[in-house]
Design a protein around this ligand. Structure first.
Ligand SMILES: CC(C)(COP(=O)(O)OP(=O)(O)OC[C@H]1O[C@@H](n2cnc3c(N)ncnc32)[C@H](O)[C@@H]1OP(=O)(O)O)[C@@H](O)C(=O)NCCC(=O)NCCS
Length: 164
C-alpha cells in the first residue's frame, strides 16, 4: 500500500479532526491547537497520507521543565480502515527521526489501561528505533473544580546508546 508520511500542514487540519473524531480514546482539540502544533512544533507533528488523503495523525511536544531534552508523544490516531498495517508505528518512527534534529534524549507517552493496540504500537516503534522503555507510576490526573479525572499507564523511553 502506498503510504506517505510528512510533517503536519495547516491545510491538513479538517482531515486531522475527522481522523481524531473517528478514534476511540482520543478527544479532538480545537483547530487552533492543531494550528499551533503545525506552526510552533514543526517536525514534531506528522500525518500519514494515502492517495493524498490524511489517514493518520500523530504529534509530540517538547518539555520545558526537564533537565534532559524530553518530548511527550501525544494523540496518535489512524483511520479505522487503515489500522494494523504498520501506519501508527511508521508515524512514531518518523517523529523519533525528527527528534534527532532537536537533540531529544528521552520520550514519554501514556496510554489508557485497556488500550493494548496503542501500547503494542509504541513498544514496537520505540524498540525498533533503539529506545529502551520503562513503565513509570500510573498517571492519575484530576481537575477537581470541573470534576475531570483520567488514569493512564505512563512510560519513559531512552535511546539505548545514551548515558542517563
Ligand atoms: C493505536 C493505533 C494508533 C495503532 O495504529 P496502527 O497503525 O493500527 O498500528 P500498527 O499497525 O503500526 O501496529 C504496530 C504494532 O502494534 C500491533 N497492533 C496494532 N494494533 C493491534 C491490536 N488491535 N491488537 C494487537 N496488536 C496490535 C501490530 O501488530 C504491530 O506489531 P508488529 O510490528 O509486530 O506487526 C490505532 O489502533 C488507533 O488509531 N486506535 C485508536 C486511537 C488510539 O487508541 N490512539 C492511542 C491513544 S493512547
Amino acid at each position: 500500500m502506498d503510504i506517505f508520511v510528512r510533517n503536519l500542514d495547516t491545510s491538513d487540519i479538517p482531515e486531522v479532526l475527522q481522523i481524531i473524531n473517528g478514534c476511540p480514546h482520543l478527544e479532538a482539540h480545537s483547530p487552533f491547537i492543531y494550528w499551533i502544533l503545525s506552526n510552533y512544533f514543526t517536525n514534531l507533528s506528522v500525518v500519514a497520507l494515502h492517495k493524498n488523503k490524511v489517514i493518520g495523525f500523530s504529534s509530540a511536544i517538547l518539555s520545558s521543565n526537564s533537565k534532559k531534552k524530553l518530548a511527550y508523544i501525544w494523540q496518535v490516531g489512524v483511520d479505522i480502515n487503515f489500522r494494523k498495517k504498520g501506519i501508527g508505528k511508521r508515524m512514531i518512527k518518523e517523529i523519533l527521526c525528527n527528534f534527532e534534529k532537536h537533540n531529544i534524549e528521552s520520550v514519554e507517552f501514556s496510554v489508557p489501561p485497556n488500550n493494548f493496540a496503542s501500547l503494542k504500537m509504541f513498544q514496537k516503534a520505540l524498540s525498533e528505533s533503539s529506545y529502551q522503555i520503562k513503565e513509570m507510576a500510573d498517571l492519575n490526573i484530576s481537575v477537581k473544580n470541573i470534576n475531570w479525572t483520567e488514569s493512564h499507564r505512563h512510560f519513559t523511553a531512552n535511546l539505548i546508546n545514551q548515558k542517563h
